[in-house]
Write a protein of this length. Sequence first.
Length: 263
Amino acid sequence: MSDTFAVKVIASGSRGNSTIIKTGDTAVLVDAGISCKRIVTALRESGLEPSDLSAVLLTHEHIDHVNGLKVFAKNNAVPIYATEKTWQNYKDRSSIKRELIRVIPRKFTLGNLDIEPFSIPHDAADPVGYMLRCGSEKCTYLTDCGYVTATCQAAVEGAKVLILEANHDVEMLKHGSYPVELQERILGPLGHLSNKAAGFMLAQLQQLPQEIFLAHLSAENNRPDLALATVQELLGQSLTGTDIYVTNQKEAINNEEWSEDNA
């Protein structure tokens, strides 16, 4: 287990995404795709107030990642970091107070966190994942990724904690109710990682993370047990010493570090 990063995935999926990552006295929120009320409730259940957040980090402007941002920003003076193109394409940007807006530099530091965004292939204006470092340890957040680039693989390598997309089972998607155009979008190079793609990515790592959160599971084209079984089968014995958590849309999933830090 990681001794550094406490992670709570409040919600993850096509209906809304938001995750708290905390190390020491520094806490950030990755995406605000659920209601402000739900975000604040999850923070308070974890012993935090919105004012304890150093930042909201946006991955991209799609509605399931920003749906609660307008109300959250109206009620809480927390800086919001996003790429310039993400800000330009966020439809409610005029409602955000200018003093809260931060355009992501290549690297930046918040408290004891060194944060580095990295580009990911997805059908958004300028989507990013995040590497968060505290001392020698790293936590990587990677969802909404069409395929694994060399940049993505490098961002995951060496992470002690990883939040990784396992969006769909390919056969479930192909034989499901989605129209062909939507299937092609999801399966395409600017779509989403399948269970097998996530497993193959992990299998290429020199060393597995100590904790893996499988994230952004499709409600219609995946199942938690299937995502977990697919990854476990691809990794086999190399999973020894690694804890895997499967996230969902309705309830928060956190690692043991969060429980210990905030009991």
